[in-house]
Design a protein around this ligand. Structure first.
Ligand code: PLP
Length: 478
């Protein structure tokens, strides 16, 4: 026996055929690499070019176009992580080829996901962290879909005699919920019942929520905290109102806590606040690993207090180490890198580390809000002492400019500070909102104040607010 070297013997005796086989063994990516060399025209933008181009050229074209994206670190509109340590980036790079669904092929990645779920169950005080069930998702939106589906299925099972024949399910929430709940209700045909804002109350009122419940209510959503102003909704008070409702009517209505941001803030900074599985009525909780979980997008988490809260028939099984592993997800394939990065961050920071990071964000938020509140032109709605997020509006006497002018002018200096109008019953209120995240340092906050102070004289000199399209201005606040 000998090893073939060079050209293999051709089976049909044709040299042409073997040359063709030889050519196929080349990866088309390995073509000529003379940068820009042969390019005589720009590639088309909306259909595939006829042929390939060198990687360095392709890289430069894409890289250059992206220069016009905003600077994510100056984006004070987003809740999503915009800075991680280089080591986290390296780990994510090492895992970008791993598919989260292939539990059998990547058993260690699957194990890290399980450990993250266990850590969150412990952090959120599940009665028995070992039996609490949960999963990673692409973000809170998917986690909320899954939690909502579990609520709906549990209600449908309890009401099998009436649904789908006569009854129509509903879900109760504040009008300030994130858009994912509107999606859930739309996609899964659940009536959305919303408690409006009233006066200086910008989130759900427990009694008003209980009043909207009936025998077809699959659950009530409480948000920790609200994207509109960073405030925590009163979860314990909501549970108490639903306890009273149950005593009166017999309706036993579960609560889902949408902790997209706050479920990774409150455990470290507000230990006395009881909002989690310590409340027996809280049946599920979600969070965005990519918000105050401190991981790049996209990873989220959904947890149920015990297997009883997650109907067995919603759970699918995939191969895992010769056996099977339960999964609950909308997508099938999904990157493993973010889950690995979440585990890295848990390991890296520990409880004290998370506390230090979140406390810093809160300190910067409260400090910055105090500086802005001290300016005669502005009035604070919140101070950033719950989520490190605050909303403010123009002071009553200010008529020369409005919040949309402030947002637009700050944008000229690179800052993205969204301005938007509140929903019912406070459509009269236009606000600006600042989200303080890890990576938005006290120095950067100081530079924001400097820029704000520089542009105020020009704004005061305006005769009246600039004309603007209010709906366009609201589009980037979530
Ligand atoms: C961000 C957010 C969501 C949506 O989360 P994604 O991770 O962006 O999908 C849902 N609810 C609340 C309260 C949020 O802040």
């Amino acid at each position: 026996m000998s090893l073939h070297r060079g050209a293999p013997p051709s089976h049909d005796g044709s040299d042409e055929h073997s040359a063709e086989m030889r050519r196929l063994s080349l990866n088309p990516f390995y073509g000529a690499a003379d940068p820009v060399g042969d390019m005589t025209s720009a590639p088309p933008l909306h259909r595939l070019a006829d042929g390939p181009m060198p990687p360095s050229t392709a890289y430069q074209l894409v890289h250059d176009e992206l220069l016009l994206d905003g600077n994510s670190r100056l984006n004070l509109a987003t809740f999503v992580t915009t800075w991680m340590e280089p080591q986290a980036g390296i780990l994510m790079g090492e895992c970008r080829d791993k598919n989260m669904i292939d539990k059998d092929e990547y058993p260690r990645t699957a194990e890290l996901e399980r450990r993250c779920v266990a850590m969150l169950a412990d952090l959120w005080n599940a009665p028995d962290p070992v039996t609490a069930v949960g999963c990673s998702t692409t973000g809170s939106s998917e986690a909320c879909m899954l939690a909502g589906l579990a609520l709906k299925r549990r209600w449908a099972t309890r009401n099998a005699a009436r649904y789908p024949a006569t009854a129509r399910p509903n879900l109760v929430m504040g009008i300030n919920v994130q858009v994912c709940w509107e999606k859930f209700c739309n996609f899964w045909e659940v009536e959305m019942r919303q408690v409006p804002m009233e006066g200086d109350r910008f989130h759900l009122d427990p009694q008003a929520a209980a009043d909207l419940c009936d025998e077809n209510t699959i659950g009530v959503v409480a948000v920790l905290g609200s994207t509109f102003d960073g405030s925590y909704e009163p979860v314990a008070e909501l549970c108490a109102a639903l306890d009273a409702l149950q005593e009166r009517t017999g309706f036993d209505i579960p609560v889902h806590v949408d902790g997209a941001s706050g479920a990774m803030v409150a455990p470290f900074l507000d230990e006395d606040l009881v909002w989690d599985f310590r409340l027996p009525r809280v049946s599920s909780i979600n969070t965005s690993g990519h918000k105050y979980g401190l991981v790049y997008p996209g990873v989220g988490w959904a947890l149920w207090r015990s297997p009883a809260e997650l109907p067995e028939e919603l759970v699918f099984r995939v191969n895992y180490l010769g056996g099977e592993m339960p999964t609950f997800a909308l997508n099938f394939s999904r990157p493993g890198a973010q889950v690995v990065a979440q585990y890295y961050t848990f390991l890296r920071l520990g409880w004290d580390g998370y506390r230090a990071v979140q406390q810093t964000a809160r300190d910067i938020a409260t400090h910055l809000s105090a500086r802005i509140g001290a300016m005669a032109e502005f009035r604070l709605l919140t101070r950033g002492d719950e989520l490190p997020v605050f909303a403010f509006t123009t002071a009553p006497g200010v008529t020369n400019f409005d919040v949309f002018d402030v947002s637009r002018r700050l944008r000229e200096r690179g800052w993205l500070v969204p301005a938007y109008t509140f929903p019912a019953n406070r459509e009269d209120l236009d606000v600006l909102r600042v989200v303080c995240r890890n990576g938005f340092s006290a120095d950067l906050a100081e530079l924001l104040i400097d820029d704000l102070q520089k542009l105020l004289p020009e704004l005061r000199a305006q005769d009246h607010p600039s004309a603007r399209d209010k709906t366009a201005a609201t589009s980037f606040h979530h």
